[in-house]
Design a protein around this ligand. Sequence first.
Ligand code: 6PG
Length: 469
Amino acid sequence: MKGAIGLIGLGTMGQNLALNIARKGYQVAVYNRTPARTEEFMRDRVKSEKIIPCYDLRSFISSLEKPRKILLMIKAGEPVDEMLENLLPYLEPGDLVIDGGNSHYLDTSRRKKELGQKGILFLGMGISGGEYGALYGPSLMPGGDEEGYRMVEEILLKIAAKTEDGPCCTFVGRDSAGHFVKMVHNGIEYAFMQAIAENYDIMKRALKMDIEEIGLVFEEWNKGSLASFLVEITYKILKRKDEETGKTIVELILDKAEQKGTGKWTAQAGLELGIPTPSLNQAVEARTISYFKDLRVTLSRKYENLPPIAPPEKKRTIEDLEKTLLFALFIAFSQGLWLISSASTTFNYGVNLSEVLRIWKGGCIIRAKLIDFIREIVSENPANPYLLNSDKAETFIKDKLDSIKNITKLASDFHIPTPVLNASLDYFFGITREELPANLIQAQRDFFGAHTFERKDKKGIFHIEWEKE
Ligand code: 6PG
């Protein structure tokens, strides 16, 4: 029997997806550039006859049903272009290629155009959920040729995570919508992770709590409005002891955060499209600062001189921290959704925000109870990309404002960096304020560069000879 779908790239994600597809009853042909990996996979992990190993592209192609459906699970960037080039001679009009990696949305756009000229359908599909998700149910964000989506819809819906609102997969939109949405998912992921880390740092350094006790707080939070995958893994991480030393493992992990680029791309997209995403951007900056460990050690000797301050009242501070994290999370989602909405207009994606939120409810890294609340806001007025502009948001935010003010003040007293919490609060202050000091910026620009300005009291474009008496 021929493969209903072919999968190229047997890294862990590729292997797990192939197993997931086979478990759902579909025949999958698999191919990996290095044949040893395919052999190893077949030997160590494959028990089902549904997986057809292929050791060269020609036999891979001929083992697929027509029109062919090929899922690429290879490293984003040049490897994708190289693989497409190798595949092209074997493909026919009407075949479909799906890129399931974390590709940059502009690359996806270009590839879709290039393949389209040859009659080949293309989907850029965001896949979230890590190794476990790939095996048991990821969140899938396919975008591109809708006709191509319909060819694999049945398989994708079956392998995706399920929630009470259905499978976590939908046709996200045209062109590079799938990869754009996945990129923003990761931008929110960065902000969410960093906001959690800031809360942990405050409990550790201002409240002087030990790691296990902090873990219990996250465990408690995970039972309420903050219930989410990231809060859940955090309490599990904080509980884990090092077998060798008996110490909490998190304290032994070097404090230098890595990044593969999707967070940075989100920040860049925000800057390009002119949509403010400061919480997301600051999460990237925080990782970058963390990377300079040696410099931080040197500078800490010069500057880390904390005035003696009494620890704050614990119970109230923990309550404030919970509300602060909710505030920051809500703001991160609101920035991300606005960015997606703006991209959808600019690139004509046709994204439905409520559907995006629906498929983020399960399987993905940012799945969180709060998404249900955000979906309610979006469904009240789907054309409104500004979450803050709703009565529900107003009540939610006002309930948390004093808490985040207390916490950011406290963090500052203790010299604890809280870039995402501060960015969330500052963003809120800025975007909800009628008057900003941008009038002075305009005057300065006009002063040194004759850049002109508008006035509040009359229409037109103005310029002043500032140095002329
Ligand atoms: C997901 C994750 C996944 C990956 C991140 C890691 O949704 O499953 O986002 O795609 O783990 O891209 O990114 P960094 O290495 O940049 O933290």
